[in-house]
Every structure is written in C-alpha cells, then in structure tokens.
Design a protein. Structure first.
Length: 160
C-alpha cells in the first residue's frame, strides 16, 4: 500500500508541475503580448491608448461617410457634363473635293446636348447647331450624318 500511495503522490506532483508549467507559459505569452501592445505608450495606460484608437476610427468612419456623399453628388453632377463626343466627316456637295464638312455631337450622360454641323462649300462655310434631348433632335429633324454622329457618341462615348 505504501508503494501505491507514494506512486500516487509522485504522479500528482508531476501532474501539478506540468500544469504549473503550462500556466506559466501562457502567462509569459500574455505578458509578452501586453508589452507589445503597450509599447510606446507612456504614462497613459493601455485602456487610454485603445480609447484613442477607437476615437480615431470613429472619426475616420465619419469622414469616409462624408466623402461617400460628396462622391455621389459629384457623380450625379458629372452626368450633366459633356461625356460623349461623336464626329462624322462627309462631303455634302459634288462640286467640292474631300470630306471637309462634319457633324459633331456633344452629349452628357443622359444623351442630351448639342450637335453642330459645318457645311463647307466653295462660296463659304455654314454652321448649324441643334439641341439634342435623350438622343433625339428637339423640334428639328436631323440629317443622316447628324444621326450617325449621335450614334457614334452613344456607342463609343468619346473621340476616336
């Protein structure tokens, strides 16, 4: 019986030492982690440093939301500016050489804007400007070259 109780006490002592070693290793690891977190923190505690970081994050979130709203406003405003350009050159008269006449469509994001047509002839140069609403001429019929310039602007969205 003495042998068994001595063996039992030694087993319990070894188990206790192993348990103590594991707890000590975990404690050392936690202290090391705490020291890394609080490195550079002077007289203030870790709690104050973390509250400062949380305050900075909240401020950055507020600024991000403000920038998001401003970006959305700029996108809405930008749809009203000229975004699409289409140019078609052509020769309207048989007695002139080269395709010196042209139609240029200047459209916004909603396919509205103006189309300018320049007709070149030996006697002079004539300019015509027509308003475009949603890709169609307003109150005035469009020539096939003007229609082609609008289609080109819608399709390609820019100069080519």
């Amino acid at each position: 019986m003495v042998f068994n109780s001595t063996l039992l006490v030694v087993g319990i002592a070894i188990g206790f030492l192993v348990w103590l070693g594991i707890i000590s290793a975990l404690l050392i690891r936690m202290i090391s982690h705490y020291n890394r977190l609080s490195k550079g923190v002077t007289k203030t505690g870790l709690m104050d440093a973390l509250e400062s970081v949380l305050g900075s994050v909240a401020d950055l979130k507020s600024r991000s939301e403000t920038l998001e709203k401003a970006t959305q406003g700029l996108e809405a405003d930008g749809s009203l500016h000229v975004q699409k350009i289409g140019i078609v050159r052509f020769n309207p008269f048989a007695d002139t050489g080269g395709a010196q006449s042209f139609s240029i469509a200047l459209l916004n994001g909603r396919n509205s804007g103006v189309i300018m047509t320049s007709l070149y002839a030996r006697a002079g140069n004539r300019w015509y400007v027509k308003e475009i609403i949603a890709g169609k001429g307003k109150d005035i019929a469009l020539s096939k070259e003007e229609e082609a310039a609008i289609d080109k602007a819608k399709r390609e969205g820019g100069l080519s």
